[in-house]
Design a protein around this ligand. Structure first.
Ligand code: C2O
Length: 522
């Protein structure tokens, strides 16, 4: 029935009922799925029965534009203004929804499934699907308005952590001083350490320049070659109700988003809290600068790929959430309200995109790689085929499989219309573990590879999160756009490719995969 309904409103372009859009049941807040061994409760103290809300209205067009700037380039005045706003916010009592701890808990509520959906008792989780970008945009919008109003400045804008540019790749200095400093971080990652957007739990061992180059090449894959179709970037379509759950994050959510959360958090805490786990992440002021850059990436992606309306599905556009504004008003806001920055009266200062021309190179010449791969092919046995015949495969060691391409030697036009997508499906992760594995195509030597090379198709990253009975009931899917990669590896005429899954965390031992295949996406 649900399936059927979705088809209907895709054709009509309208929604017939509130049940078809995602929204939280505000009276349902319960313990959240933070950690198995720890009670995490972040619900608001107000009595949910008495809540009154208003519908979101755009700020007056005459309001000044708030211009978000790179954190590492801010001047003293700006830093002291922002610091003052955060100090005031931190001094507000917990009963005030504008207080810093309430803001942090707002993220905890929505990101760890503390609310049920409005029409079912299935929990609502805004990560790992198509609400990731719009929900965080809403959160930052209200957070920024509150900060501005606390210092009486309606031009105030949040800074962004410009980690995609070499000069911005360290933790910005301003976040090392009170009140923007935060105790629960990894001390070995303080400046001048260059961030590793491919971080797992060990140091990459790379020097600063090598790290920067690797980050830029990986950025290119995540934003350009791997994100040519909307779903690849935005994540899967997540509908309300049973059967609507999906777990398929977009490229940027997986990395650099997830990986940098982990990189910032303290290695002394079980889940690298605070930044390393969603229930605690927004307690660190750096969270807001990290997400400001994530939000900026959404704009940048739209510009590069010329996509004006990323998703036209009314079930996405009409979904709504609630936030308190600077006047302590509870506001209901829809996804369709946050698609135009100028209407929200903010903008990003234009900065260079140094990764835009960093198309990665193959680690060895594709001809040489093919010779090695062909030898293996005839040698047989060690290599599996991608159909696991109903038996999920464990990722305790690296796995190389031959994947057939339903179409090859496609024309240029066909390639432009349909992206070739490598699908790793049925990914089943043990609860509460940080899991990362990487996916490569046609590699000759596992030991000489990393995500800075062209063979890298993408990465699967899951932050630790306990499982509710329903959050975990759906396995994950990883979809990776590979048309450009196939071309660069000169594999376009081949009827199959070799796909290698490389486990990066020991938790991969408890991760299974149902199979790998190739799909075409319009
Ligand atoms: Cu809701 Cu960076 O997380």
């Amino acid at each position: 029935m649900r399936e059927f309904r979705h088809k209907i409103f895709r054709i009509n372009g309208t929604i017939d009922s509130d049940e078809d859009v995602m929204s939280p049941n505000l009276t349902s807040c319960h313990q959240s799925y933070g950690r198995d061994d720890l009670l995490v409760y972040c619900c608001p103290p107000e009595n949910p029965q008495n809540l009154k809300f208003i519908d979101f209205k755009f700020p007056e067009p005459s309001k000044p534009l708030r211009v978000r700037k790179p954190a590492h380039l801010l001047d003293e005045d700006y830093i002291s203004k922002y610091s003052r706003a955060v100090s005031i916010m931190k001094s507000l009592p917990y009963s005030d929804p504008r207080s810093f701890s309430r803001q942090a808990n707002l993220h905890c509520i929505f990101c760890t499934g503390a609310y049920d959906q409005k029409y079912s008792n299935i929990s609502l989780n805004i990560h790992r699907a198509w609400f990731f970008f719009p929900w965080h945009r809403m959160f930052l919008h209200f957070h920024e308005r509150i900060l501005g109003s606390l210092i009486g400045d309606d031009t105030f804008a949040l800074p962004f952590w410009n980690w995609d540019s070499p000069e911005g790749m360290t933790i910005p200095e301003m976040y090392m001083n009170e009140p923007l400093n935060h105790k629960e971080r990894d001390g070995s990652h303080f400046p001048p350490k260059v961030a590793d957007i491919d971080f797992v739990d060990k140091e990459s061992g790379l020097g600063p320049q090598e790290q920067i180059e690797k980050n830029l090449a990986m950025m290119y894959n995540q934003l350009v070659s791997g994100a040519k179709k909307t779903e690849l970037f935005m994540g899967c379509s997540y509908y309300p109700g049973e059967g609507g759950t999906c777990d398929g994050p977009g490229t940027v959510e997986l990395a650099p988003h997830n990986t940098l959360h982990t990189w910032v958090g303290s290695s002394f805490n079980p889940q690298r809290e605070d930044m390393g786990a969603f229930y605690s992440a927004a307690r660190d002021p750096l969270f807001y600068a990290h997400h400001s850059n994530i939000d900026r990436m959404w704009e940048v992606w739209r510009e590069i790929h010329g996509k004006n309306l990323p998703i036209s599905d009314p079930a996405w556009l009409g979904s709504y959430f609630y936030f308190y504004d600077e006047n302590l008003q509870l506001v209901r806001i829809k996804v369709s309200d946050v698609l135009d920055l100028s209407k929200l009266r903010y903008a990003y200062e234009k900065v260079n995109l140094p990764w835009l021309n960093k198309r990665p190179k193959p680690s060895v010449s594709p001809k040489l790689a093919r010779q090695v791969l062909n030898l293996r092919d005839t040698g047989g046995s060690r290599f599996l085929y991608a159909e696991f015949g109903g038996n999920a495969r464990n990722l305790e060691a690296s796995m190389t499989v031959k994947v057939y391409r339903p179409e090859y030697q496609r024309t240029k036009k066909e390639k432009e219309e349909e992206e070739e997508v490598l699908v790793v499906y049925g990914i089943d992760v043990e609860s509460n573990m940080y899991v990362k594995f990487d996916v490569y195509v046609n590699i000759a030597d596992e030991m000489k590879i990393n995500p800075g090379f062209r063979e890298f198709a993408g990465t699967f990253v899951r932050l630790p999160q306990a499982r509710s009975t329903d959050i975990g009931s759906r396995k994950s899917t990883l979809k990776l756009g590979i048309s450009e990669l196939i071309e660069d590896l000169e594999a376009d005429g081949d009827d199959s490719i070799w796909v290698t899954l490389l486990p990066r965390t020991t938790s991969c031992m408890n991760t299974t995969i149902d199979g790998i295949c190739i799909e075409y996406m319009r």
